[in-house]
Design a protein around this ligand. Structure first.
Ligand SMILES: O=C(O)CNC(=O)[C@H](CS)NC(=O)CCC(=O)C(=O)O
Length: 277
């Protein structure tokens, strides 16, 4: 199966982001992609709670979701919408950071809310408090794509290997990690962590990413690392989206999943052990 990673530089206007995203998905489909993946917060990258309250919608009213479902159906492709920022109706006003797996008939077959929140101080000038704006999900999700199963994760989840192991042991062949990684941690950790998750699980790892400089909030712009990556089950990087928005194609070969697991059956070799003595 041919897959495509869509790399975006989403701003804080969902209508503009939708139009750019749809163009890139169309281009991927033109080039033969049957499975297209977009990054975390495809619909809106903004650090302004006021702006988010103004432009974000609930899932049942969200224009991006409706339009991308229609596009998947029109092109008859599988589509992973890496995530959408959505209103939830919760009393505390927090949003959901939710990933959608859309089938070629346009139906949503799986949805996953990001579990691990990026509440991190990277340096004196750079910190993130994701849990202020978003409510964390509580459940791991495996999407059914017929011949293969997709373990759905988002961005900072990447640092929690237990989630990936459980998804693989529950049947995942492919793991999605749509992201908006920081440039600093991206340069230091991104490729290594993605390759490790692929090697540990014998899964393909598909990580479409946000890139570049995003809309500024109170004079402070946010930057993301780019380099959408695809890693094969033996650990080789088979696609790299570079620094700019665009589409990167790759082949998914389920034989390679079986081969990697035959050679190193570590997924079946867990043994019980107690707390460290
Ligand atoms: O802010 C939003 O609207 C959506 N959420 C994100 O972009 C999140 C929280 S700021 N980004 C990450 O998880 C980056 C993780 C990362 O960079 C690392 O693990 O090193």
């Amino acid at each position: 199966m041919k897959a495509a990673l869509v790399q975006l530089n989403s701003g804080d206007d969902p209508a503009v982001n939708l139009s750019l995203t749809a163009d890139l998905i169309e281009s991927a489909a033109e080039q033969g992609a049957e499975f297209v993946l977009t990054p975390e917060v495809t619909n809106c990258v903004s650090a302004s709670r006021a702006r988010q309250n103004e432009v974000l919608q609930r899932e049942d009213e969200d224009q991006t979701l409706a339009a991308l479902r229609a596009l998947a159906a029109k092109r008859s492709i599988w589509l992973l919408i890496g995530s959408l920022a959505l209103k939830t109706g919760d009393a505390d006003g927090r949003f959901a950071n939710r990933s959608f797996l859309v089938a070629p008939d346009g139906s949503v077959t799986a949805r996953y809310d990001k579990i691990h929140m990026f509440d991190v101080t990277i340096s004196d000038t750079e910190s993130y408090r994701e849990s202020t704006g978003y409510r964390p999900g509580k459940a791991a999700v495996l999407g059914d794509m017929g011949q293969m199963r997709l373990g759905m994760t988002i961005c900072y989840d990447l640092r929690f290997p237990r989630l990936y192991r459980q998804l693989a042991q529950a049947g995942a062949h492919v793991l999605s990690v749509p992201s908006a990684f920081s440039p600093v941690t991206g340069a230091a950790h991104w490729e290594t962590l993605l390759r490790a998750r692929a090697i540990e699980t014998g899964c393909y790892v598909l990580a479409p990413a946000q890139c570049g400089t995003h809309t500024a909030t109170r004079g402070k712009s946010r930057r993301t690392y780019g380099h959408s990556l695809a890693v094969a089950p033996w650990g080789k990087v088979v696609a790299d989206g570079g620094a700019d928005p665009g589409v990167t194609l790759l082949d998914l070969d389920m034989e390679r999943v079986a081969q990697a697991r035959d050679r190193i059956p570590a997924l079946d070799h867990d043994r019980p052990f107690g707390d460290p003595e």
